[in-house]
Design a binder for this molecule. Structure first.
Ligand code: PLP
Length: 396
């Protein structure tokens, strides 16, 4: 069967691929530990679930306005003011079926074929896939290990050309867990001020899973406000990955254009999810804070364990729920007759011989690393990490 050429322009998500392969082994009866997951293992807080049940009983089961109920957009404005000190009007908010959807909506709205999009590495897998899908040109800028996998203002400036249309990044970052400080964002801002044609996607989906004590958004700088598309949602901070609610806060013309596009593709996200979202964005953050406390405990624990594994270099992530160790010391080693050439080989080896699923750094544009998720219990972390240690020790 002949499929459209755009199918070939999109690669299977490596993170989803690893969970698929892990599940295939599990289905064969093998006891695989999954440290590849990109989602909290907690249940959605009870009060949010109750809000959704109430919404069903009250009959919120019809189509809603494409960008979301006005009350939802007002609740998001309230959240942006409360948590980030940002002033947005409900017309500038477009709710969607997840931050991932908001990202492609934004890219479809602003990127023409041939436009350059600067994506710092390591990046979340979906960024480059989405840019390539609309025939944009990805320009990577390498966040170096010695700079905590973040880019500098000088690197940013070097990458900007007259064709640069968009810059997209996440802080806290998936996969590195790095968090840009206010000073670092200020230095990037100083560069952006010189290039007014460059739009900025600030993906803040891990906002709350931040161990620095304070989330800093690049949208706080008034001089950039008219070209920042802030992306966020409920998935990570509220353990609501399955509910599908993301949003953008954007300049009005972008929000309007995005609503037009969304109106032809998906319409609004689920009405019940939106009602739950209204409750969540207006509620206090107590449940979120409890989850973050637990994530911090796990981060400290997994770091301790990881640092005991010979040959891997691990930096301390300041946010999200991943560690991103450099495992390049194992490249070129053998298991029996099989050589481990790179991080892809190493992840496959860890899965097949160690029965532990991780994700290759290649998927995130950083070939020396692998991503290990600690969004699971301490017991599973311990079991998974000891399998990794044992499997690595067998490489000669
Ligand atoms: N942005 C980043 C950096 C992510 O890691 C993820 C999920 O893994 C998303 C966006 C997507 O979130 P959502 O579930 O809201 O689509």
């Amino acid at each position: 069967m002949e499929l459209a050429e755009r199918v070939d322009r999109i690669a299977e998500s490596q993170t989803l691929k690893m969970s698929r392969l892990g599940n295939e082994l599990k289905a064969k009866g093998l006891d695989v530990i999954s440290l590849s997951l990109g989602e909290p293992d907690f249940d959605t807080p009870k009060s949010i679930r109750e809000a959704a049940k109430k919404a069903i009983d009250e009959g919120y089961t019809h189509y809603t306005p494409v960008p979301g109920y006005k009350e939802l957009r007002e609740a998001i404005c309230h959240k942006l003011k409360r948590d980030n000190g940002l002033d947005y009007a409900p017309d500038q908010i477009v709710a969607s079926t997840g931050a991932k959807h908001s990202l492609i909506n934004t890219i479809m709205t602003v990127v023409n074929p041939g436009d350059e999009v600067i994506v710092p590495t390591p990046y979340w897998v979906t960024y480059t896939a989405q840019v390539e899908f609309v025939k944009g040109k990805v320009v990577n800028v390498q966040g170096k290990a010695e700079n905590d996998y973040k880019i500098t203002a000088a690197q940013l400036e070097e990458a900007i050309t007259p064709k640069t249309k968009l810059f997209m990044f996440s802080s806290p970052c998936n996969p590195s867990g790095s968090v840009y400080t206010k000073e670092e964002l200020e230095s990037l801002k100083a560069v952006f001020e010189k290039y007014p044609q460059v739009l900025i996607i600030s993906d803040e989906i891990y906002e709350y899973i931040n161990y620095t004590g304070k989330h800093e958004s690049i949208a706080q700088f008034d001089s950039l406000k008219d070209r920042i598309i802030l992306v966020n949602g409920l998935s990570k901070g509220y353990a609501m990955t399955g509910w599908r609610l993301g949003f953008v806060a954007a300049p009005l013309p972008i929000a309007k254009a995005m609503t037009k596009i969304q109106g032809q593709f998906t319409s609004a996200t689920c009405s019940i999810t939106q009602r739950a979202g209204i409750y969540a964005f207006n509620a206090d953050l107590d449940d979120t804070k409890e989850m973050v406390k637990e994530f911090r405990k796990r981060r400290d624990h997994i770091l301790e364990v990881a640092r005991e594994i010979p040959g891997i270099k691990v930096h301390e992530p300041q946010g999200a729920f991943y560690i991103f160790p450099d495992v390049s010391a194992y490249f070129g080693k053998f298991f029996a007759d099989d050589i481990i050439n790179n991080a892809d080989d190493l992840c496959m080896y860890l899965l097949q011989k160690g029965l532990v699923a991780t994700v290759t750094g290649n998927a995130f544009g950083e070939p020396n690393c692998i991503r290990i998720s600690y969004a699971t219990s301490i017991a599973k972390i311990d079991e998974g990490m000891s399998r990794i240690k044992e499997a690595l020790a067998k490489l000669k």
